[in-house]
Design a protein around this ligand. Structure first.
Ligand SMILES: [Zn+2]
Length: 310
């Protein structure tokens, strides 16, 4: 008779977890929902052919399990939507040239936009087919495997991006600690992840048909840790990133934040324009951002042209 698989404990190290739903327990010490899915065999999880994040994840599983378009469609649909939003936000925190690493970059569209904006960008993915897809589709630098396996130099990146990745990590504390070692002293994390709102019970979520349930129901083998604002603050503060600043997320069920060792300065639209307009590709990026944020940028455009008049 084999021993049952031990239940996953909280990333924060606290041992006592309380029931939350059929699929999750809650850590009241830090405010994280912890999946009850069996702890994966590391070798299985990392398998590029059969692991959870293999080619199949981005094709059949996206359509059938998540009801989302597959990676081919996403490579077009994401660009004017989430990728543009992420880029606008990043430019407010960091101007090119700078070195950006994106964990779990999928089709590579965001890496491509970063490159056009003047950043040097590298991504990681877990499936050789997806790596190949990104390389062929967007001519971007994507590496196969986990971030820990890449041998990146310490303090070699200005920005590390985790969009819809943190909740998937089997060991978030050690992976983020490794990433922190790759960041320069003034480097920053940019993170999008589902937001567990601590004041809501599972009964509340169900009664309201809350969209956050999409991250929980039939999904706990993917979403191993669902963080609250309190728990991501705790995670990044433990690693020396004391300044955690929350922005508006693209989707209401997510949170979106930067984490840095010291508070960030916000770049003005003028400073962003001055940086982007140095290169033709940067001007195309500015046009994309202007189109997406027409009302914001029209005022700045008028200011610029009035100022430039004789
Ligand atoms: Zn905890």
């Amino acid at each position: 008779m084999t021993n049952p698989t031990p239940e996953r404990s909280c990333w924060c190290g606290y041992q006592t977890l309380f029931p939350y739903s059929d699929d999750y327990r809650v850590c009241k010490a830090c405010g994280t929902l912890v999946s009850r899915a069996p702890v994966a065999n590391t070798a299985d999880q990392a398998s590029h052919e059969t692991g959870l994040y293999s080619h199949d994840y981005w094709h059949r599983r996206q359509r059938e399990h998540h009801g989302l378009p597959d990676i081919e469609a996403r490579a077009r649909l994401d660009l004017p939507e989430r990728c543009t939003y992420w880029l606008q936000h990043l430019l407010q925190a960091k101007l090119p040239p700078a070195r950006v690493l994106e964990l779990g970059c999928a089709h590579g569209g965001y890496l491509s936009l970063l490159g056009w904006a003047g950043f040097s960008s590298i991504g990681t993915e877990m499936s050789p087919q997806v790596v190949e897809f990104a390389r062929k589709t967007f001519c971007v630098d994507v590496r196969l495997g986990t971030v820990e396996a890449q041998g990146f130099k310490t303090e070699s990146f200005d920005v590390i991006v985790l969009n819809d990745v943190l909740e998937h990590l089997e060991e978030p504390l050690s992976t983020i600690q490794h990433c922190a070692s790759l960041l320069k002293p003034d480097g920053l994390f940019v993170v999008q992840t589902p937001e567990y709102k601590e004041h809501l019970t599972y009964t509340d979520l169900s009664a309201a048909q809350d969209l956050f349930l999409r991250h929980m129901v039939n999904n706990n083998e993917e979403h191993l840790y669902l963080f609250s604002r309190r728990s991501v603050g705790e995670l990044f503060r433990r690693l020396g990133f004391a300044s955690v600043a929350f922005g508006n997320p693209v989707y209401s069920y997510d949170m979106f934040f930067t984490a840095s060792r010291t508070p960030l300065r916000q770049n003005s639209p003028e400073a962003i324009w001055n940086s982007l307009s140095k290169r033709p590709e940067g001007r195309l990026i500015q046009a994309l951002l202007d189109k997406a944020y027409e009302s914001n940028d029209r005022w700045w455009a008028i200011q610029r042209f009035q100022k430039d008049r004789p």
